[in-house]
Ligand binder design. Structure first.
Ligand SMILES: [Zn+2]
Length: 297
């Protein structure tokens, strides 16, 4: 049993003590999703916007759900690449409902994610941590998963896999070298990490443009982090705060754009996922394009 990598999400969930909590959360969201349905969800989904969504993993037992999600999304949205999505927000070309997909943490199963996305002509950005790419030492992987991701041991992409993702037409972005909590790091640590991940990825993958900070909530980041990100050479910076981007007179500058992304776990019911998307669409406003450190009231 030792040295085992998890490749089924149902097995990972069994290890999680949060079953009961999830169950009640499930019921609550079912109710909310139903209420939304009565009030005409479609109008929110048809609203012109750029909606970023991100997933962490597609284990073998989640592949069917990814197909279902993509089929549903496709009905009312156009899939665009991450770079196109960023560009559309920056240049205020938001004329219909767009979806840009990304995935964090660089698990080996990103390869399957990419293959499935290919079938729908959806191109994603995969945010990876260069320090764990290609790691084969089980002890280090186990330790990294436990301390950095609070996850059981899983396999990670290697550089050859990343090359394959790029050959498919997907993009690669940085998620820091080592899944660092930027809010807890010093200014010099942040600067060093940003530069190193930018250079490592540029060296291995060619020009990289995008950055997504680990853990993703605003309180995991800082104004210092934002500045260091763009100074290192990145052209976009993503959170994991829920929301989406709508047309706005006041365009953010490249280093002001705060990308919001809706997290999706594939074992959620499709209604739940759409509930979050509708909520993001409902609450979208131009000032959400800016980082809170810079928002004017
Ligand atoms: Zn992460």
């Amino acid at each position: 049993m030792d040295k085992m990598y998890f490749d089924l999400y149902s097995e990972i969930e069994k290890k999680s003590p949060s079953g009961a909590r999830e169950y009640f959360r499930d019921l609550a969201i079912s109710g909310l999703a139903l209420m939304d349905k009565l009030k005409g969800v479609d109008s929110y989904l048809k609203k012109p916007r750029v909606q970023f969504i991100y997933i962490h993993h597609v284990f073998k037992d989640e592949e069917v759900q990814l197909h279902t999600l993509l089929k549903e999304l496709q009905k009312m949205h156009t899939f665009i690449s991450y770079s196109e999505a960023v560009d559309r927000v920056l240049t205020n070309r938001i004329d219909k409902p767009y979806i840009a997909i990304s995935s964090d943490d660089g698990f080996k199963n990103n390869l399957r994610t990419a293959e499935i996305l290919n079938e729908y002509d959806a191109k994603a950005c995969f945010f990876v941590n260069p320090s764990i790419v290609g790691e084969t030492d089980y002890g280090r992987i186990e330790q990294y998963c436990k301390t950095q991701l609070q996850f059981p041991p899983v396999e990670f992409l290697n550089w050859k896999d990343i090359d394959t993702l790029q050959k498919y037409g997907h993009e690669i972005g940085s998620h820091t070298m080592n899944h660092m909590n930027i809010a807890r790091a010093s200014a010099s640590e942040i600067k060093e990490d940003m530069t190193l991940s930018y250079e490592t990825l540029t060296d291995k993958c060619g020009a990289v443009k995008h950055f997504a900070f680990p853990f993703g909530r605003f309180f995991h980041f800082s104004e210092e982090g934002r500045k260091a990100c763009f100074e290192a050479g990145f052209l976009s910076c993503a959170t994991a705060e829920r929301g989406c981007h709508v047309s706005s007179e006041k365009r953010p500058a490249t280093d002001e754009l705060c990308i919001l992304r809706d997290h999706v776990l594939l074992n959620w019911k499709i209604d739940h996922i759409f509930y979050f998307l509708v909520r993001s669409s409902k609450s979208a406003q131009p000032q959400n394009n800016f980082f809170p450190y810079q928002r004017s009231n």
